[in-house]
Design a protein around this ligand. Structure first.
Ligand code: IMP
Length: 408
């Protein structure tokens, strides 16, 4: 069975923890898009791991992980990450493979990425990891894939600086290189977890363009990035937080008002530890945006939603969520493509009573306070999508299942 996990908001929804949790029942894990711009945090006991390119499944001894065709691989950052894992006792050798169709990020792309963004009239606020440049080289048909590393003619065309850089990693990359489509064929009767990066609203096509990343963070990307057709995606899970965050620029209609709601803003940011794993930047925070979430559910065919960070709201008397936008005096409940409309949008809020107790000990839906159950039920009915898993803390065991993710 092939299960896809995507972020259903603007990234940082807690995919790392969910993928780690779901990986228990998978024989292989594929990260299908994005690059070192992503940051997945996993907490196991007193150990915290921040992964950027390696799929979270690596933390389970014996599981095989793949970096898929839709990824842009930064070799320097990748081998640093693998070294960090080795130093911490995680033996990765022989279980990390990279698609021969994945593209390679060259060091100077990082600098170009930063310079281009700074020169933009309206900067996107990129992570500066060279991601956009690598994807544009790919669409210009000038990119370098792992498959090209032993194509002598192509390598001769490279500038010396790039060639020298690649020489350091070439043999190691070649030893990890695979045809991901044939690998997936071997797993056709097993469980494979396909891990997305960023989030649906940062997808190049479906997101808040141009304030997006450059890869396929949508569920459709799982098919392209894993070398299988879309009919073989058996289940699509969308991770979302009980509120909304965003890093970088671009519209965020449900963002808290930094002046009039500075306390709420600070409370959510600090309680939810909302600081970027990759760049350390403080994340923008706001109400749960149900208009955007429903749009993500529809455009990605999300079967089940996975709710994280519900415990962040434990101490609030009242919770609000955005159920529509007011744009030029009109009520809008379908997510607009126009950035101008999104910038003008004022959130229409629905109030919910808070539960005022710690959810940490709740191990079943039944044990949740009725106010938390009501919040969950409202989200389900608004989005038309069931909630399959709820996370109430950072630890692996602070999670409970409502619907079996590995059942069709
Ligand atoms: P880029 O992917 O570095 O080009 O950044 C483009 C936009 O996507 C910026 O607003 C970034 O902050 C955002 N972004 C990229 N990766 C992530 C992520 O993993 N989490 C949240 N935002 C991200």
């Amino acid at each position: 069975m092939n299960v896809v996990v995507i972020g259903a908001q603007w990234g940082d929804e807690g995919k790392g923890k969910m993928v780690d949790y779901l990986a228990q029942n998978a024989q292989a894990v594929v990260r299908y898009a994005g690059g070192a711009n992503a940051g997945h945090t996993i907490v196991i006991g007193d150990q915290q791991y921040a992964l950027h390119q390696v799929p979270s499944g690596i933390l389970y001894p014996g599981k095989t992980v793949y970096l898929g065709s839709g990824m842009v691989i930064d070799p320097q950052a990748l081998f640093e990450e693998l070294q960090m894992l080795k130093d911490r006792g995680i033996n990765w050798e022989g279980r990390v493979f990279i698609s021969d169709r994945a593209h390679i990020v060259l060091p100077r792309y990082r600098q170009i990425d930063k310079e281009r963004d700074a020169a933009r009239k309206r900067p996107i606020g990129t992570t500066g990891r060279g991601i956009g440049i690598t994807y544009s080289m790919k669409s210009e048909r000038d990119g370098i894939r792992l498959a090209d590393l032993d194509w002598a003619e192509k390598m001769q065309d490279l500038e010396k600086e790039d060639l020298d850089f690649l020489e350091q990693y070439k043999e190691k990359l070649i030893s990890m290189r695979v045809n991901i489509s044939s690998e997936m064929w071997k797993y056709r009767n097993k469980n494979v977890l396909m891990e997305g990066a960023q989030g649906a609203m940062l997808d190049l096509d479906l997101g808040t363009y141009p304030y997006v990343s450059s890869g396929l963070s949508c569920s459709a990307g799982a098919s392209v990035g894993s070398g299988i057709g879309p009919r073989k995606l058996d289940k699509i899970l969308g991770v979302f937080k009980a509120y909304t965050t965003r890093v970088g620029n671009g519209p965020m209609p449900s963002e808290f008002d930094e002046n009039s709601q500075s306390e709420l803003y600070k409370f959510v940011r600090d309680t939810g530890r909302e600081y970027g794993v990759t760049t350390g930047r403080p994340r923008r925070c706001g109400y749960l945006d149900l208009v955007a979430l429903r749009y993500a559910c529809r455009t990605n065919s999300i079967d089940d939603l996975l709710l994280t960070h519900l415990d962040v709201y434990d101490s609030l008397n009242e919770i609000e969520a955005c159920v529509g936008y007011e744009i030029d005096g009109k009520i809008v409940t379908e997510f607009p493509a126009s950035i101008e409309d999104l910038n003008k949008a004022k959130p229409i809020l629905e109030k919910f009573p808070g539960w005022k107790k710690s959810l940490k000990e709740c191990k079943t839906f039944k044990k949740l306070p009725k106010e938390a159950k009501n919040y969950i039920k409202y989200i389900e009915s608004y989005t038309g999508t069931k909630i399959g898993i709820v996370s109430v803390g950072y630890e692996r065991n602070e999670t409970f299942i409502l619907r079996n993710p590995w059942k069709k």
